[in-house]
Design a protein around this ligand. Sequence first.
Ligand SMILES: [Zn+2]
Length: 412
Amino acid sequence: MGVDPKRTIAELKELRSLTADENGAQRVAWTDTWLKARNWFESRLDSLPVEQHIDPAGNRWVTLPGESGRALLLGSHLDSVPNGGWLDGSLGVLAALEVMRRINEEFHGRPPITIRLVDFADEEGARFGRSLLGSSAFAGTHSVEADRVRTDQNGIRMDDALRRCGVDMDRFPDARAEQKNAAAYLELHIEQGPVLENLMLPLGVVLGTKGVERHTITFHGQEAHSGSTPMKARHDALAAAAKLALEIRTIAGRHPDAVCTVGSVKTFPGIVTAVVGRCEATLDQRDLDAKVLAQMYREAREASERFAREEKCTVEWSRIWNIEPIKFHPELVKRCHEAVAHTAGVAHELPSGPLHDAAEVSRAGIPTVMMFVQSIGGISHNKIENTSEEHLEMAVRAFDRLASSTMNWLAG
Ligand SMILES: [Zn+2]
């Protein structure tokens, strides 16, 4: 009786040996290796009295029917980035499977509520640059028209690649039907950052996913000869951008969990003998609090205008993408806190910087929470991604406890 976390670790290793090469995991969505991972996963279900199918967006659903149709959803994603790690996503799917086995055993195949496992398709967006694809179709936030024409590096269209895997993008909106009876969603995931390790904690309670503001900021100055133009006469677009790149550290530093990044700077004409006439920088800002995010955005804009004036330049902003912060359900956060505290002795609450399928499920209005387990060195999306086996076992046990607690809440 009970969950067997060692079985989860053995299955994770088996999946790794099937789908990784010397550079790491290669389970990129809509590729043969991903299909292989999914077929392997399907073979794990043979001994369970479950119904399973792939929905119109390519998500796999495994259902253990209960006395009540109300459903507790457990899931994550089996796809990986190229040269990825062995735990990102697959830990959540295989831990969910182990919890489903335990529930099936405990209730002799008929739990009080229905349990559904989901393996979301294409969480990473590694091939077509569109992350959270399957979960956004499930949530109804996906726009087919925007994605159909995306192509991969070889010029293969997204809709063609999906059709090869039996998925018709025109039917994406029908994936929303899977929301029926969904009463809660739980996801276990590796942290992919250094916070828990720095606190020397195995597990964390995730409060939500940070909102993102992503912009291109272009400073316009004047190209001029680097030899003949006196320092005081310059309109140096790079100087203004450089000041902003430093200022965003101060802007983020005023809030405990906020992050701001200038990830790219391009200079034009970009030659050694010319003052920079135009400079394009990108800015990515994140926080769990929408007010903080809005304030940081305003402050960065004001700072950019100030620096543009100081350097006799002008500045223009254009939004690349944004998403609002998503806070997880207070009752489930409380129950996750209790499960983590019981298993690890102490429960730390933290926001997630990366987005996850859980964010899309939450956007659909389904009560959601995530649990994190420590990542060694905070490293992910890399073949060296790792978590100690001791911590993996604790994670499966704590996640199982959270599932039981959530079942009680839903059945009560
Ligand atoms: Zn992931």
